[in-house]
Design a protein. Sequence first.
Lengths: 288, 280
Amino acid sequence: MYDVVRNRGLRKLREYAAQCLIYTAVLLISAVFIWLLIDLLRGGLSHLSWEFITELPRDAGRAGGIASILVSTLLILLVAVLTAVPVAWMTAVLLAEFVATGSWFGKAVRFSLHVLAGVPSIVFGLFGNAFFCVYLELGFSILSGGLTLACMLLPILTSTAEAGLRAVPHVYRLAASALGLSRAAALLHLILPAAAPVMAAGLLLGIGRALAETAALLFTSGYAERMPDSLLDSGRALALHIFDLSMNVPGGDEPAYASALVLVSLLLGINILAMKFAYGLQRSKLMS
Amino acid sequence: MPIDQWLPGILRAGALIALLVMLFILLFLIGESWPVLSKLSIVQLVTDSSWHPLEGAYNLMPMLTGTVLASTGALLLAIPLGLASALFTVFYAPSYLAVSYKRLIELLAGIPSVVFGFWGLTVLVPLINQWQPPGASLLAGILVLTLMILPTVTVTAHAALAAVADELVRNAAALGLSRWGTIQGVVLPAAKAGITAGIMLAAARALGETMAVLMVAGNVVQYPETVFDPVRTLAANIALETAYAMGDHRAVLFVSGLLLMGLIMVLSAMAEALEKQQHV
């Protein structure tokens, strides 16, 4: 009898301890996260202004703004998206609509996308440097950086688009073929529009990933902070600007805070928009 | 209809590009590493006296140790915290709190690594410096990495926990098991494979993470004696030296890139195998 009572007491204690530990962990994580956000907001808002967005950087970025850096970032993104999207979406359509899951070509493509998804960004940077900068002689340029990012975006763009296409009910295809539509017409007028929200969400997530990327751009798009003249000019992305200001420029913390705030706000906006599009689709699938 | 005849061909061309990109990455990594792989022996990368690339001494071991220590430390912190977060959202929190906490974790996942690094550099490093100089240390790297992989552990563990069949949980309740008893005896064993897969993915992410660690870990090539010593990871080493490396030095950096990629691919293959096991 005594044993039973003691056991029950012990069990209650264990129950209580587990609950305490879990709540402590959650509080700790929330506290650290809020600490980080407040730091970013406080440090960033004091330096952020309209001039900061529209002026060119001066004195290695300590003074002035980030206009040229935003332009370079936008150009790198454009190059990356414009090259990656056609390839990725064509691949997705092929994998979802035309190739049997078991065929060797489908398997090979799927496997290579899987490998690409696992490559760390610094290794993409190495490849981009060896292939685009040196072998294709593009040098440190916006084009090299954008193309490197395009390789990085292929897996996420393809997998989200394929998921979107596969979520289109099979009845649509049967109905289209019963009405005598060609497969191309069915694809263009029926299946792609139905899959468009998910594909858009994938695109936004891809843009977000490209925007956050630093390591792959370190030695592909270069460091130059001036306004880029052409795609073959070196250009510094926003994330790289934060890195450079905080590591290599003494006294660059304030503009770095402001740039970080700009970057995080942009990413936040993009992610919220993506989640809106993908509502109903498994979030966790898109996140990982 | 003619368009239907050539449509698959065009699409195939697109898919072929995706395939070629992967092949090119492998080809170029191996090609650039070739001078070392063929001429110098791999053993040298472990037995050389030190890392002095300009004098031809290429010992990668201190960096590999740094990578492994930083990732392991981050995992040791992120696994309990992430698991607790997932348990909180699935079993403990009222639904409004669970939803907002999940949002918070997703937000955390969306913060880019360079911002984590920057925050670590301006906030964590000075704090550690007051306690145990110099501040830029293995510990700072571990803490920043923990924040970065925490969302991965949480989101995957949450998915695994939520996928546990409802009837298992109801059976446990019918048997009079307490909440923790249910979690410990029924839910965690059932979700084990999925949770482990998530941990593997988090480990892969920690190994490959470059910028955040580069910014806070001090980057001294050495075997750290305590967590307060600065370290340099493999990825940070690539980021620091590729810009000016020539000849064999450059090749060694590509070898370390290959090594990293290999490690990460093994981890993600294991994660995938575990996920398959979960679904069976």
